[in-house]
Design a protein around this ligand. Structure first.
Ligand code: UN1
Length: 546
C-alpha cells in the first residue's frame, strides 16, 4: 500500500515510516521492561530530553519483545528534529503473534463482568489525569501540537475513559413483549473478538481512546498499531492501560508501518473488527482488503469542512472561530476549517480581519506558552501543503497571506508552514475540494444562504460544518441542509465532545460513528434471545391466535 503524494496527510495504514529505518540495536530490555512500566517515572523536562536514548519494544501477550525481523525505526520531533526513541519495525509475523495473544485473552476477558471492565477504564482515566501534564509535554514534542492543545487531546481521552467506563453498567439492550404467551425476549450486546486498531498521529492519545476504550468495555481484545510518527504516545497509552489493570494479551501493541503491520492486521482471519482513522484512499483499500473476511470495518476518513459566514454574523466571533478551526493543530484535524464561505456583503471585511488574525499568529515549538502554531508532522506533509499553495496560485486563487515554509528563529530545524489564506476561490478549485491537512484555508464568496449551503455540500466529504448567523431561520435551515455528520452554529468546525457520535457522511466514512452510544455498535453484535416458559412448542407467526 503506497503512500500517496497528495490527498489526506493523515494516512495511518500506509504510513510506512517516513523517517530513517535502520537495523536494530541491542536493547537489553527484553521482558524486564514490564516491571519498568509499572514504575514509569513521570516525564519531566529532563526525562523528555533523554527520550532519544531509549529503545522500545512491542508488547504482546504481556511480554516485551523486539520485532521478529530485528528491524527498528526512529521517532523524531517535528519541532526540532530531536530523537524521541527507537521502535520495532514489525512485520506480519509479529502481527500473527499479537493476534494469537489477543484471541487467547478474549476467552477470559469477554467473561469479566462489564462493570468490572468499566472499573479498569475508570482507573485508566485517573492515571491519565495523574499523567496529563507529562503526556502533554511528550505530545508537544513527538507530534508537535501546541501545549494547550496537547492538554486538550489528553483531556478528550480522560473524558472517553469515564464515559466508556460508565458504559460498563449500561450496555443497554431491549426487552420486548412476545406475540406468544409465556415467552420472554430481549436483545443483548455481545463482544465480537479481536479488534485491529489503526490510529493516526494527529490525535495520538484521544483517537486511540475513542477506539480502544469502547472496544474493551464491550469485552473485545485489541491489537493496536499506532502511527509511525507517534509511536511513543501509543506506547505510553498501552503502558497506562496495563497499569490500570488490563490483563496480559487484552491489549497488544505492534509498532511499524501500514504496508506491513496495518495490512497484516486487516487481512488476518482472526481479526473480526478493524477500526481505522486515516485517508479516504487508505479507507477504500482497507474496506477491500477486509471484504473477503466479511469483517466489521469502521472508517473515519477525510474532511473538507466549511464555515459559512452570513451577512448578519458577529464578524469578530467568526474570525476567532475560523482562526481556531483553520490554524489550530496547524490545520491537521480532520475537522479543520479548510473553506470559509462568506456572504458578499461581509466578504471584504472578513478577509481583511482574517488576514490580520493569521499574521498575528506566532510560529514555534509547541512547548513554549506563547506559540500559536506548531510544526506540521513531517517533511512529506510540509511539501504536500506547499504544493497546494502552488496549485491554488496556478488555479487563479489569490494568495492573501502565508503560502511559504517558515524559516529563521530556529524554525528551519522543524517543519513549519505559515498560516495561509486564499481569496477569490471558486468552489470547484482543487484547493476548495481536496483535503490539504495543513494550515491553509480558502475563501469563497456567495450571495445567499442557499448558495452557501450548496457550496458547502459540493465536496465529496461530509464531516463537519458551521454557520455564523444571528438569524434563527437560517441557522435551522443550515442544521437541516448541511450534509455533514457534525454541524456547529456560531462556533468553528472543531471541538467535538466525546458523548455525541463523531463521524461524517459521504466519503468521510462508511456509515459508522465513533464516540457516544454509536461507538458501541462498531464493537458489538446484537443477539436476540427468546425464552419460552410455556412448556410446549409455540410457533411464532403460526400459533398466535390465543
Ligand atoms: C480528528 O481530527 O480526527 O472535534 C479528531 C475535534 C476534536 C477531534 C478531532 N475533538 O476537532
Amino acid at each position: 500500500m503506497a503512500r500517496r503524494a497528495v490527498g489526506s496527510g493523515r494516512s495511518a495504514i500506509d504510513d510506512a515510516p517516513a523517517r530513517r529505518a535502520h537495523s536494530s540495536r541491542p536493547t537489553g530490555q527484553s521482558s524486564k521492561r514490564r516491571d519498568q512500566t509499572a514504575q514509569t517515572p513521570k516525564l519531566d523536562l529532563r526525562a523528555v530530553a533523554l527520550l532519544g536514548a531509549k529503545t522500545f519494544q512491542n508488547y504482546i501477550g504481556g511480554e516485551r519483545m523486539d520485532a521478529s525481523s530485528g528491524g527498528t525505526f526512529e521517532s523524531t520531533s517535528p519541532a526540532n528534529g530531536d530523537s524521541i526513541g527507537t521502535f520495532p519495525l514489525s512485520k506480519a509475523e509479529d502481527v500473527d503473534q499479537a493476534v494469537a495473544a489477543a484471541k487467547a485473552a478474549y476467552e477470559e476477558w469477554r467473561l469479566v463482568p462489564a462493570p468490572k471492565r468499566g472499573e479498569v477504564l475508570f482507573r485508566f482515566g485517573q492515571l491519565l489525569i495523574d499523567q496529563k501534564e507529562d503526556l502533554s509535554q511528550l505530545m508537544t514534542r513527538e507530534m508537535g501540537k501546541v501545549i494547550a492543545e496537547a492538554r486538550g487531546d489528553v483531556q478528550e481521552a480522560i473524558d472517553m475513559a469515564f464515559y466508556m467506563g460508565g458504559e460498563g453498567r449500561r450496555l443497554f439492550g431491549q426487552t420486548t413483549p412476545s406475540e406468544l404467551r409465556d415467552k420472554f425476549q430481549m436483545s443483548v450486546r455481545t463482544p465480537i473478538g479481536v479488534v485491529g486498531v489503526i490510529t493516526p498521529w494527529n490525535f495520538p492519545v484521544a483517537i486511540p481512546s475513542w477506539k480502544m476504550l469502547p472496544a474493551l468495555v464491550c469485552g473485545n481484545t485489541v491489537v493496536f498499531k499506532p502511527a509511525t510518527d507517534t509511536p511513543l504516545l501509543g506506547e505510553r497509552f498501552v503502558e497506562l492501560l496495563t497499569e490500570a489493570g488490563v490483563p496480559p494479551g487484552v491489549v497488544n501493541i505492534v509498532h511499524g508501518g501500514g504496508g506491513a503491520v496495518g495490512e497484516a492486521l486487516v487481512r488476518h482471519p482472526d481479526v473480526r473488527v478493524i477500526t481505522l482513522t486515516g485517508s479516504r484512499e487508505t479507507g477504500v483499500q482497507v474496506l477491500k482488503a477486509a471484504a473477503d473476511g466479511l469483517k466489521h470495518v469502521h472508517l473515519e476518513l477525510g474532511g473538507k469542512n466549511a464555515i459559512i459566514v452570513m451577512d448578519d454574523a458577529d464578524l469578530d466571533l467568526a474570525v476567532e472561530g475560523i482562526t481556531w478551526s483553520a490554524f489550530g493543530t496547524s490545520g491537521q484535524r480532520c475537522t479543520a476549517a479548510s473553506r470559509v464561505i462568506a456572504h458578499a456583503a461581509v466578504y471584504d471585511e472578513l478577509a481583511g480581519k482574517l488576514v490580520r488574525s493569521a499574521e498575528r499568529m506566532r510560529l514555534g515549538v509547541g512547548w513554549e506558552d506563547d506559540t500559536d502554531v506548531g510544526p506540521v508532522i513531517n517533511r512529506g506533509a510540509l511539501e504536500k501543503i506547499h504544493s497546494y499553495t502552488e496549485i491554488g496560485k496556478d488555479e487563479g486563487a489569490k494568495l492573501l497571506t502565508g503560502g511559504e515554509i517558515a524559516s529563521g528563529d530556529g524554525l528551519s530545524d522543524g517543519f513549519y508552514y505559515r498560516p495561509t489564506i486564499f481569496g477569490d476561490v471558486d468552489p470547484g478549485m482543487r484547493v476548495a475540494q481536496e483535503e490539504i491537512f495543513g494550515p491553509t484555508t480558502a475563501l469563497i464568496r456567495v450571495s445567499s444562504v442557499e448558495e452557501a449551503v450548496r457550496a458547502a455540500n459540493g465536496v465529496k466529504y461530509g464531516l463537519s460544518s458551521s454557520i455564523f448567523t444571528r438569524d434563527v431561520n437560517k441557522a435551522f435551515r443550515a442544521m437541516r441542509d448541511l450534509d455533514t455528520g457534525i454541524t456547529y452554529i456560531n462556533a468553528g468546525t472543531i471541538g467535538a465532545e466525546v458523548h455525541l457520535p463523531f463521524g461524517g457522511t459521504k466519503d468521510t466514512g462508511n456509515g459508522h460513528r465513533e464516540a457516544g452510544q454509536a461507538a458501541l455498535d462498531v464493537f458489538t453484535e446484537w443477539k436476540s434471545i427468546y425464552v419460552d416458559y410455556s412448556g410446549r412448542l409455540q410457533k411464532a407467526q403460526i400459533d398466535t391466535s390465543s
